[in-house]
Design a protein around this ligand. Structure first.
Ligand code: X8Z
Ligand code: ZN
Length: 607
C-alpha cells in the first residue's frame, strides 16, 4: 500500500498487489492463527508496495501509454491482493483478538479505496480487477493531460487557473472556467462503470456501498462519523455564511448587478479559483480597508529571488527547527519540483514514501507564489509524518486518520506569520495590530472558503455510491450541492454532457476528500494547543511555533504513533482532548467574524 499519493492515504487498496494468486478466503480449514496471518499479510503488502509505488511514481512522472499500462497492471495486482486479504479477515470475525490485531483486521477490511469484487473464478476476478484498474488509471491520466484551447493557444490547468485568479473580465473568466470543465466530459461513462464495480466489491466485503466503506475508517461506525461531520459543519457554517455575504457584496460592487447580483448565490468563476475552493485570488477585491499588511508574499518571494528549490528548503528548515531530522539526500535527488517542459506529468501536488522507510519525495509543479509556499509545507508535512511513523508495523504506517495526514503540514504553515517572515529576512518590519483584519481575511479566504467545498466533494460521492444519484444526474447533483453548501452557481447553463466533478483532481484520482474537511478543522485545534504549550498569549493568528523544540517534541510523539491507536488517542497526545471540534477555528477568526457582521448589517445574507 501506500497509496502514498497525496500522502499517507489509508488505502491498502489499489496500489498493492500480490501476485501469488492465493486461494480465496473463508475456508475455515485453512484458518491460520491471527498473528501468523497478520505477519504474512503485512510482509506481502510491504513487498508489493515497494514495487507498486515505483511503478506509480514513474507513471505519474512520465504519462505515456506504456506507463499507463504498467500502472494499470500494478494497480490490478494490488486490488487482487488487498481484496483477498480483506476477505481473509472474515475468518477472524468473533475470534478473540488483541486490540492491535482487531485494528489491523479493520484496516485490511475497510482500507481499500476502490475494491473489486472477489466472487467468480480466479480468471473472472482478474478480468474485473483489470477492468477497474484500467478505468482508474485512464481517469487519472486524462486529468493529468487536460488542456483547453483559447485563441489558438493550448492551455493547461495552471494557465487556466492563472486566468481565473488574475482576470477581472467576466467573459474571460467564464471562458476559462467552462473550458477547463470540458476535460471531464469523456470521463463520465468510465466513472459510472467504476462505481458499479466498486460497489459490488464493497458489498462483498460486508459494506452497504463504497460510501459506507470509506466512512468505516474513523474508529467508529460509519453513521456516527457522518453525524460527526454534520456536527462540525454546523459549528463552522455561520462563519462561512458571513464570509459569503461579505464577499458577495464586494463582488457586486466590483462587477455590478448584471454579473453578480446582490442576493442569491455567487457566480463560481468570480472567486479566484477554478473550483471556488480557496478565494485568495480575489484578496484585492475583498481586502478590509486600512488594514493592509504592507507586503504581498507573492511579490516578496519573487523580489527575494526565491526559486522552487529554495521554497522547499525553507519549508524543510521549519520542520527541522522543531527538532525533526532533515530530509535524506535522496529526497533532493528524486523529487520532482518543477513542471518538466518535455513530457506529461501529474502536476497535482503529492508526497510519496516509496519504501515505507525513508525514500521520501514530493512531486509538484511549484511556482514561486504564496499559495505554493503553503503547499510546500503541506506536502512536507506528509513526508515528515511518514518518516516519523516508519518504525510502526506496516499496517500502522499511516496517519491517525487521513484528516491528520492532511493537517500536519497545514498546521505548520499556520506559523507563516509576519514575525516568522521577518526572521527569514523576507520582510523588514512586522505589520502593526491594525493590519490584523487584513491578515485574517487572507487566511479566511484560504481556510473558511474551503469548508463547504471540502464537504461537497464527498457528499456528492456518497450520493453517487449510494445510488441516490444516477449517471444522468451526476452533473446536476454536483451543481445542486455547490449551491446548497457553497452558495455558488456556474457562470452559465451547463451542457447536457457535462461532468463537472471530473474536472476536480480527486474525483478522477479517487482520493477520498472528507480528509481535507477534517484537516481544516484539526489544524486549528493543533495550532491552539501548540500555541498554548508555547505560552503564547497574543492573538492566535500571530503565533508561530518556529524553532520551538518543546512543542516539536510533543508533536513528534503524535506523529510517531502513526495509525497504531484510535485517532482520539493521537489527538489527545498532542492537544489534550479526544474530541474533534470546530471551536478552535471559530476562535481563531473571531475578530474577523465580528467585523464582517458589522459590514453585513442591513444585508440579506444567505442565498
Ligand atoms: O490535494 C491537496 C494537496 C495534496 S494532498 C495539494 N489539497 C486539496 C486540494 O488541492 O483540493 C490540499 C488542500 C485541498
Ligand atoms: Zn495532502
Amino acid at each position: 500500500m501506500r497509496q502514498i499519493l497525496l500522502g499517507g492515504v489509508a488505502a491498502v487498496g489499489l496500489l498493492l498487489a500480490g501476485c501469488n494468486g492465493g486461494s480465496g478466503t473463508t475456508s475455515a480449514a485453512a484458518k491460520t492463527d491471527a498473528t501468523t496471518f497478520l505477519a504474512s499479510a503485512e510482509k506481502e503488502l510491504s513487498e508489493f508496495s515497494d514495487y507498486a509505488a515505483r511503478v506509480q511514481w514513474v507513471n505519474a512522472n512520465f504519462i505515456t501509454d506504456d506507463t499507463d499500462w504498467l500502472a494499470a497492471r500494478a494497480s490490478s495486482e494490488g486490488t487482487l491482493l488487498s481484496v483477498r486479504l480483506a476477505n481473509a479477515t472474515k475468518q477472524y470475525e468473533g475470534a478473540s483478538l488483541t486490540p492491535d490485531q482487531q485494528r489491523k483486521m479493520q484496516i485490511l477490511r475497510a482500507g481499500i479505496v476502490m475494491p473489486a469484487p472477489s466472487s467468480g473464478t480466479p480468471e473472472e476476478q482478474k478480468a474485473i480487477a483489470d477492468e477497474l484498474s484500467k478505468i482508474t488509471t485512464d481517469l487519472q491520466s486524462a486529468y493529468g493531460k487536460g488542456k483547453f484551447t483559447i485563441d489558438g493557444k493550448e492551455l493547461n490547468l495552471e494557465q487556466l487557473s492563472e486566468i481565473i485568479s488574475s482576470s477581472r473580465d467576466p467573459k474571460k473568466l467564464q471562458q476559462a472556467w467552462e473550458g477547463w470543465q470540458t476535460i471531464a466530459v469523456p470521463m463520465k461513462a468510465d466513472y459510472a462503470r467504476m462505481v458499479e464495480i466498486g460497489n459490488q466489491g464493497a458489498k462483498e466485503l460486508g459494506f452497504s456501498d463504497i460510501a459506507d466503506m470509506w466512512l468505516a475508517n474513523y474508529d467508529m461506525p460509519s453513521k456516527d462519523m457522518e453525524a460527526t461531520v454534520e456536527r462540525l459543519w454546523s459549528q463552522v457554517q455561520p462563519l462561512y455564511n458571513d464570509l459569503h455575504c461579505y464577499t458577495r457584496a464586494k463582488l457586486n460592487a466590483k462587477y455590478g448587478d448584471a454579473v453578480q447580483p446582490k442576493t442569491g448565490p455567487i457566480r463560481a468563476d468570480l472567486l479566484g479559483n477554478m473550483w471556488a475552493q480557496q478565494w485568495n485570488g480575489i484578496y484585492d477585491i475583498v481586502a478590509p480597508p486600512a488594514s493592509n499588511p504592507g507586503y504581498d508574499l507573492n511579490k516578496v518571494l519573487v523580489q527575494k529571488n526565491y526559486d522552487p528549490i529554495k521554497m522547499v528548503k525553507t519549508g524543510e528548515a521549519f520542520f527541522t527547527s522543531l527538532g525533526l531530522a532533515p530530509l535524506p539526500e535522496t529526497f533532493w535527488q528524486r523529487s520532482l519540483i518543477t513542471r518538466p517542459r518535455d513530457r506529461e506529468v501529474v502536476c497535482h501536488a503529492s508526497a510519496w514514501d516509496l519504501d515505507n522507510l525513508d525514500d521520501l519525495r514530493i512531486k509538484m509543479c511549484t511556482q514561486v507564489n504564496a499559495e505554493d509556499f503553503s503547499t510546500v509545507h503541506h506536502e512536507l508535512g506528509h513526508n515528515f509524518y511518514q518518516r516519523a511513523y516508519n518504525k510502526q508495523d506496516f499496517l500502522f504506517k499511516n496517519g491517525a486518520n487521513d484528516g491528520f495526514h492532511e493537517a500536519i503540514g497545514d498546521f505548520v504553515a499556520l506559523s507563516i506569520t509576519p514575525e516568522y517572515l521577518k526572521q527569514l529576512g523576507l520582510i523588514s518590519t512586522s505589520p502593526p495590530a491594525s493590519a490584523d483584519l487584513g491578515l485574517l481575511m487572507d487566511r479566511a479566504l484560504e481556510k473558511i472558503a474551503f469548508l463547504p467545498f471540502g464537504l461537497k466533494v464527498d457528499k456528492w460521492r456518497w450520493q453517487v455510491f449510494r445510488g441516490e444519484v444516477k449517471p444522468e444526474q451526476y452533473n446536476q447533483a454536483w451543481v445542486d450541492l455547490g449551491k446548497q453548501y457553497q452558495g455558488i452557481i456556474p457562470p452559465g447553463e451547463r451542457p447536457a454532457d457535462a461532468f463537472d466533478p471530473g474536472a476536480k483532481f480527486h474525483i478522477p484520482g479517487n482520493t477520498p476528500y472528507l480528509r481535507y474537511f477534517l484537516s481544516f478543522i484539526l489544524q486549528f485545534q493543533f495550532q491552539k494547543a501548540a500555541c498554548e504549550q508555547a505560552g503564547w498569549t497574543g492573538p492566535l493568528h500571530r503565533c508561530s511555533i518556529y524553532n520551538n523544540k518543546e512543542v516539536g517534541a510533543k508533536f513528534a510523539k503524535m506523529l510517531e504513533m502513526g495509525a497504531s491507536k484510535p485517532w482520539p488517542e493521537a489527538l489527545e497526545a498532542f492537544t489534550g482532548t479526544r474530541e474533534i471540534d470546530g471551536s478552535a477555528l471559530v476562535a481563531y477568526f473571531a475578530p474577523l467574524q465580528a467585523w464582517m457582521k458589522e459590514q453585513n448589517a442591513g444585508q440579506t445574507c444567505g442565498w
